[in-house]
Structures are given as C-alpha cells and as structure tokens.
Design a protein around this ligand. Structure first.
Ligand SMILES: [Zn+2]
Ligand SMILES: [Zn+2]
Length: 153
C-alpha cells in the first residue's frame, strides 16, 4: 500500500445519519469494492455503493437497527441493515454467506483508508455510472462473496 493510502485501522467504526445506530468491525477489512448490484443501487438511491467487506464474527451493532430482505435479483447480499429511526443504510449481507458483512464505507467515522480493489456486479451497472478504469471489473460477485448457489441473476 502506498503512502497516499492510509492503512485500515484494526477496528472500524461507523454510524447512521442520526447517530442512534453505531456499528464496529474488529479485524482488518477482507476486501473493498464498489458494488453495482441492484440491491445496493435501490437501497442507496445511487449508482453503486462503496463497501468494506468485514468478517461478521467481529461485527457489532448497537441501537435501533432493522434488517430488510430485498426480493430483487442481481445481488447476492439481499439483507440490508438500516437505522429504524433515520433510515440510513448501513450494511448488507446474506444468510448464505454467513462469514462476511458488506459495510457501507460512507458510514464509517474514518474512511480515508478506503480504496476499492474492483468494481463488482457490473452486470447490473448503470450506463451513466462513472467507473475507475484503473481497477478490475467483476461481472457478478468476486470469489470472497461467492458460494455455490448464492449468486442470483
Ligand atoms: Zn439513524
Ligand atoms: Zn451490492
């Protein structure tokens, strides 16, 4: 990692817009992506969501957090966690991928270390989304988010 990219802290912390929900992940991020899946698009109202993939074993949430299952396809992390008070989207996960959680990078207290290593789920990417051509494009889920039977098109 070069000097312009701070190292990820051992503990990552974040919160929702209103401050009622706080979350933390212990352990370094497993990966960082810009996710273009349809669930990330619809939940965020944007073209993609910058996500930090963290080990779910070290993931903790405090406050009025709710989870909603998205029925839509073109994702493999249809469960979305959000603040029941202000509605901020905080993370996504799948019951079929119990080991990891995808935390929204913009909700982190300090996200200066965030550096996506690939655009993922580009199959669902919008034509108007600007992507960094300097990083790889993954049509569906990258290996760390893949498990047989999980990917739904
Ligand atoms: Zn909130
Ligand atoms: Zn996604």
């Amino acid at each position: 990692m070069d000097a312009a990219s701070p190292t990820a802290p051992a503990d990552i912390r974040g919160q929702c817009a209103c401050g009622a929900v706080h979350f933390s992940c212990s352990g370094s991020p497993l990966a960082m992506y810009n996710c273009h899946c349809l669930s990330c698009q619809h939940a965020s109202g944007t073209g993609f969501v910058p996500v930090v993939v963290a080990a779910s074993a070290g993931f903790r949430v405090e406050g009025p957090c709710r989870e909603q299952a998205f029925a839509e396809k073109k994702t493999n992390h249809p469960l979305r966690g959000f603040c029941a008070q202000c509605g901020s989207q905080l993370y996504a996960r799948s019951e079929l991928l119990p080991g990891v959680v995808l935390v929204h990078a913009a909700n982190l207290d300090d996200s200066d270390f965030f550096k996506p290593i690939a655009d993922i789920w580009t199959l669902a990417a919008r034509s108007w989304t600007h992507m960094d051509h300097g990083i790889p494009k993954v049509l569906l889920a990258p290996p760390i988010l893949e498990k047989e039977g999980v990917v739904r098109i």
